[in-house]
Write a protein that binds this ligand. Structure first.
Ligand SMILES: Nc1nc2c(c(=O)[nH]1)N[C@H]1C(S)=C(S)[C@@H](COP(=O)(O)OP(=O)(O)OC[C@H]3O[C@@H](n4cnc5c(=O)[nH]c(N)nc54)[C@H](O)[C@@H]3O)O[C@H]1N2
Ligand SMILES: Nc1nc2c(c(=O)[nH]1)N[C@H]1C(S)=C(S)[C@@H](COP(=O)(O)OP(=O)(O)OC[C@H]3O[C@@H](n4cnc5c(=O)[nH]c(N)nc54)[C@H](O)[C@@H]3O)O[C@H]1N2
Ligand SMILES: [Mo]
Length: 762
C-alpha cells in the first residue's frame, strides 16, 4: 500500500489573541442582521453585484438560495425575502475574489495548508482546472480534456469499480445528481457516500422504519395551523433564519413553541424581523414559550418523560382511535413507559419532573403539533432512537395526516433531499435500480456501496484507491481529521469538483485534481441557451433555479457538463445531448423516478410542484403492516468519568459548515475567535478554570486519546457536564469508530472530552 503524500499540516491550531467574549444577544434579526449581510455582500461583491444577486435570491425566476433547505413561502415572494445568512452564502459564491493559477504558482500546497479555514474561504472562486502531479509541490493548470483523461485512466486501471468512491455534497442540483449516480452505476458501483450520511441519515432511517417514509410529513402551510411547535436540537436563528419568520407568525397567533436545547439559542428567544419597522425599532416577538435546557444526549430520557407524564395523567389525552386503527406496538411501548423510573428520566435529561409535566400538559392538549429537529438529535450514538421517540410522541397524539401536524426534519444543504431522491445513495432500493436499469438498458450493481465512514475506512485499508467529490469538503466535514487525512493520502488519486478553495484540495492522494464548476448564482450557458436546474426543499417541493450572474471565469463548467466529460472519457458514452439541453436529463428523470412524471412541464410552473407523500397526503403508512409503529428505547447512558464532559460540536453564526465566513458568533456573544469551548461556570470552578483560559481538548474513546490544541474557555449557560465547541476545528476529536447505530452518522454531538490547561513555555 502506498503512503502517498504526507498530511502533516491539517490546520493551524494557534491560540487566538484578539478574542472578545461578551453577552449572548437578547434577540435575533433586527438591524444588525441587515448591516452584517450588507457589509459582507459589498466586501465580497461590490455594490452593483450585491444588489443584483440579493434581488434574485429565491425569486420564482431567480436562483435557489444556497443557504439552507427551508422552503419559500408561496404568497410572499413579491418582495425580497431577506435572510442574513442566505445573503452571506450568496456573497461567498458571488464574490469577485479569485483563486487563479497564479495563486497556486506562488504558494505550494504545504504553504496553503498552513493557512486557516477562514483564510482559505476568503480567497475567492476557483477559476481553472488544476492538477497536482505526483511528487510535485504546486498545483499546475491543466486542460479539461487532460483532466478527464487522467481520471479515466485511473478509474479504468482499477481491478474493480468498487475501488472508487464518489462523494456528493448537498448543493448539487437534481439534474447533476441524476447524471452522477447514473455514471457511477454504469461504471459499476454503489459507492456513493454523501453529506447526508453525516447529517439527516438518522432521520431518514428512524422515520422509514416507523412511518414508512424518510421525508418530513408537513408543508409550510401546516405551520399556519399548528397550535404547538416543538423545536428540538436545532438552531434556526443561525442555520435556517427564514424559519424565524414562520415561527414569528405562529407565535403571534398564540401557538406554543417549545425549545429543547442545551443552549438557550438567541434565535429561539426573540426575533426582530428585519423587514418590519417594528423589527428594526421595536422590542421584537418572543418565540419560545417553553425552554427545556436538556443535557446533551438527554433527549430520549426527556421525550420518554413527556410521554410517561401524558400517559400517567390520563389516557383520555391520547388519540385512542388513531392508535387503535393506524398504529402497532402500543402495548409494549406503554408497558415500557409506565415502568420507566422518574429518577432515570430526570438524571438522564437534566430536567426536573415538574418542568417535564408542565410541557407534557401543553403537548397533551395540542390538537395539531409539529416537531422540528436537526443535528442536535441526529449525531449521537442513539440518534435513530432520538428520532423514533419523536415519532412516538407524535403518534400518541395522532399528529399525522392532519393539518398543522407532523414530523419536520429540517434539512441542511439546499438540495440534500433532492440528491437522495435522484439516487445518490449507497443503499439504493431494488425498485429504484430496476427502474434505472430498464430506462438505460443495463443491470445496475445491486450490492450496497460504502457510506462516508466506510469509504474512509476503505481508503485507509487501500480498498478504495480513487476518490471523487462532487462538491463539499470531505476532509474537514468528516470525523477524525488526522485519520481521514491518512485515508485520502493513501489514494492513488483524489478529485474535487468545487467552487471554492478548501482543505480537501490540500490533503490529497498521490496525484490530485481540482475541477472548478459554476455555482447557483451564475448563468449556465450551453449551446448559447441558458439552462436552469431544479432542487427539492425540505418539504418535498421541487422547483427551478437559474443564475443570472456572469460566471467567475470562462473556464468553468457546469456540474452536469463535468459529469458528462467524465463519463465520456471513462465509459465512452456520448452525453452531449443531455448537456445541450437539460430538458433531456429531466425527461429521463421523469421516466425513472416516481412523482416526476411530466417533469419538464411541471417544473416550469412558477413555484414548482409538490412530490407525493403517502403519510402527508393520505395518512398511509408504507410499513409491512400498513400501520405506523411505536418503538421502545431504553435511556442511553454515556460513560463519562470524573473530569470528563460531553461535547457537542456546533456551527457559529459566521460559517457554512466548513466554510468560514467570519470570526463572529454574534448571537452567542463570541467575537474575533473560533477556538472556544462553552462551559458551565460551576464546572469551570470545579476544574479550576477561568474565562479566557487556554486549554487543549482531549477526547477519549475506546482507550484512544485525540487532542485539539489551544482553545479558550467561555462561561456559558449550558447544563453541567456539557460543553460545546465549533466544528470543523474539533473534528480531529471525533473518533472514526463512534457513530450512530443503524445510520452510521458520526457522533459529532456527543464527544467525550477532558480539558488540559495549556502551560506556556517561555
Ligand atoms: N448559516 C448556516 N446555515 C446552515 C448551515 C451552516 O453551517 N451555516 N449548515 C446547514 C446544514 S448542512 C445543516 S445540517 C443545518 C444544521 O442546522 P442545526 O442542526 O441547527 O446546526 P448545529 O449548529 O449543528 O446545531 C444544532 C443545535 O442542536 C443543539 N444540540 C446539541 N446537542 C444537542 C442534544 O444532545 N440535544 C438537543 N436537543 N440539542 C442539542 C445545539 O445547541 C444547537 O443549537 O444547517 C444548514 N444551514
Ligand atoms: N463535527 C461536526 N462535523 C460535521 C457536522 C457537525 O455538526 N459537526 N455536520 C455535518 C453535516 S450536517 C454536513 S451536511 C457535512 C457537510 O459536509 P460538506 O457538504 O462536504 O461540506 P461543506 O462545508 O458544505 O462544503 C463546502 C465546499 O463545497 C464547495 N461548493 C460550494 N458550493 C458548491 C457547488 O455549487 N458545487 C460544487 N461542486 N461545490 C460547491 C466549495 O468548494 C466549498 O469549499 O458536515 C458534517 N460534519
Ligand atoms: Mo447537514
Amino acid at each position: 500500500m502506498s503512503e502517498g503524500r504526507k498530511s502533516e499540516f491539517l490546520s493551524p491550531e494557534v491560540l487566538e489573541e484578539n478574542i472578545r467574549i461578551g453577552k449572548p444577544a437578547e434577540a435575533a434579526g433586527g438591524l444588525s442582521a441587515v448591516t452584517e449581510a450588507l457589509r459582507m455582500s459589498v466586501a465580497q461583491m461590490g455594490v452593483g453585484r450585491a444588489v443584483t444577486s440579493l434581488l434574485a435570491v429565491n425569486q420564482k425566476k431567480g436562483f435557489d438560495c444556497p443557504g439552507c433547505a427551508w422552503p419559500d413561502p408561496d404568497d410572499r415572494r413579491s418582495l425580497v425575502e431577506f435572510c442574513e445568512n442566505g445573503a452571506k452564502a450568496v456573497a461567498e459564491e458571488a464574490t469577485r475574489r479569485r483563486v487563479s493559477p497564479e495563486v497556486f504558482a506562488l504558494r505550494s500546497v504545504e504553504e496553503l495548508s498552513r493557512e486557516s479555514d477562514y483564510w482559505l474561504s476568503q480567497q475567492g472562486r476557483l477559476t481553472h482546472p488544476m492538477y497536482l502531479p505526483r511528487g510535485e509541490s504546486h498545483y499546475l493548470p491543466i486542460s479539461w480534456e487532460d483532466a478527464f483523461l487522467k481520471i479515466a485512466t485511473e478509474l479504468k486501471a482499477l481491478e474493480s469499480p468498487n475501488e472508487a468512491a464518489f462523494y456528493t455534497s448537498g448543493r448539487t442540483s437534481n439534474e447533476a445528481a441524476f447524471l452522477y449516480q447514473l455514471f457511477v452505476r454504469l461504471f459499476g458501483t454503489n459507492n456513493l457516500p454523501d453529506c447526508s450520511n453525516m447529517c439527516h441519515e438518522s432521520s431518514g432511517l428512524g422515520l422509514t422504519k416507523t412511518i414508512g417514509s424518510g421525508k418530513g410529513t408537513v408543508s409550510l402551510e401546516d405551520f399556519d395551523h399548528a397550535d404547538c411547535i416543538v423545536v428540538i436540537g436545532q438552531n434556526p436563528g443561525t442555520n435556517h433564519p427564514r424559519m424565524l419568520t414562520t415561527l414569528q407568525a405562529a407565535a403571534r397567533r398564540g401557538c406554543r413553541i417549545i425549545s429543547i436545547n442545551p443552549l438557550a439559542e438567541t434565535g429561539l428567544k426573540k426575533f426582530r424581523h428585519p423587514q418590519e419597522l417594528s423589527g428594526i425599532f421595536g422590542k421584537g416577538t418572543s418565540l419560545a414559550t417553553h425552554f427545556l435546557p436538556v443535557k446533551i444526549n438527554g433527549d430520549v430520557a426527556l421525550l420518554k418523560g413527556i410521554q410517561k407524564a401524558i400517559l400517567e395523567t390520563s389516557e383520555t389525552l391520547i388519540d385512542v382511535n388513531f392508535i387503535k386503527n393506524d398504529t402497532e406496538g402500543f402495548e409494549s411501548y406503554r408497558t415500557d413507559l409506565l415502568a420507566e423510573s422518574w429518577k432515570n428520566i430526570v438524571d438522564g435529561s437534566g430536567i426536573s419532573e415538574k418542568q417535564i409535566r408542565e410541557v407534557a400538559e401543553v403537548i397533551a392538549n395540542s390538537k395539531a403539533m409539529i416537531c422540528c429537529w436537526a443535528m442536535g438529535l441526529t449525531q449521537h450514538q442513539n440518534a435513530v432512537a432520538n428520532i423514533q421517540e419523536i415519532v412516538n410522541l407524535l403518534l400518541l397524539g395522532g399528529h399525522f395526516g392532519r393539518p398543522g401536524a407532523g414530523a419536520c426534519p429540517v434539512r441542511g444543504h439546499s438540495n440534500v433531499q433532492g440528491d437522495r431522491t435522484m439516487g445518490i445513495w449507497e443503499r439504493p432500493t431494488p425498485e429504484f435500480l430496476n427502474s434505472l436499469g430498464k430506462e438505460f438498458l443495463f443491470t445496475p450493481p445491486a450490492a450496497h456501496g460504502y457510506d462516508t465512514i466506510e469509504s474512509i475506512e476503505a481508503m485507509h485499508q487501500g480498498k478504495v484507491k480513487v476518490f471523487i467529490g462532487l462538491g463539499g469538503n470531505f476532509l474537514s466535514a468528516t470525523p477524525d481529521t488526522a485519520y481521514t487525512a491518512k485515508a485520502l493520502n493513501r489514494c492513488r488519486m483524489t478529485v474535487q469538483v468545487s467552487t471554492k478553495l478548501n482543505r480537501s484540495h490540500l490533503i490529497t492522494g498521490e496525484h490530485a485534481l481540482i475541477l472548478p464548476c459554476l455555482g447557483r448564482t451564475e448563468i449556465d450557458l450551453q449551446e448559447n441557451t441558458p439552462q436552469f436546474v431544479s432542487v427539492e426543499n425540505s418539504m418535498g417541493i421541487v422547483h427551478s433555479s437559474q443564475g443570472h450572474l456572469t460566471p467567475a471565469s470562462k473556464e468553468l463548467k457546469s456540474e452536469p457538463a463535468i459529469i458528462a466529460g467524465l463519463a465520456k472519457a471513462t465509459l465512452g458514452v456520448n452525453w452531449e445531448g443531455y448537456i445541450a439541453n437539460y430538458d433531456e436529463i429531466r425527461e429521463r428523470i421523469s421516466r425513472v423516478i416516481p412523482g416526476f412524471e411530466n417533469f419538464n412541464q411541471k417544473i416550469r410552473k412558477p413555484g414548482g410542484f409538490v412530490l407525493p407523500h403517502a403519510v402527508r397526503d393520505r395518512k398511509e403508512f408504507i410499513t409491512p403492516s400498513k400501520k405506523a409503529i411505536f418503538t421502545v428505547h431504553s435511556i442511553p447512558h454515556l460513560e463519562v468519568l470524573a473530569g470528563q464532559f460531553i461535547m457537542a460540536t456546533i456551527r457559529s453564526h459566521d460559517q457554512y459548515n466548513t466554510t468560514i465566513y467570519g470570526m463572529e458568533d454574534r448571537y452567542r456573544g463570541i467575537h474575533q475567535g473560533r477556538r472556544v469551548v462553552l462551559m458551565n461556570i460551576e464546572d469551570m470552578k470545579e476544574q479550576n478554570l477561568s474565562e479566557g483560559d487556554p486549554v487543549d481538548l482531549i477526547s477519549h474513546y475506546r482507550g484512544v486519546k485525540r487532542r485539539a490544541k489551544n482553545f479558550r474557555i467561555v462561561t456559558y449557560e449550558i447544563p453541567r457536564g456539557c460543553v460545546a465547541s465549533y466544528f470543523p476545528e474539533t473534528n480531529v476529536l471525533i473518533p472514526i469508530d463512534s457513530f450512530a447505530e443503524g445510520s452510521q452518522t458520526p457522533t459529532s454531538k456527543s464527544v467525550i472530552i477532558s480539558l488540559e490547561k495549556v502551560s506556556f513555555v517561555t
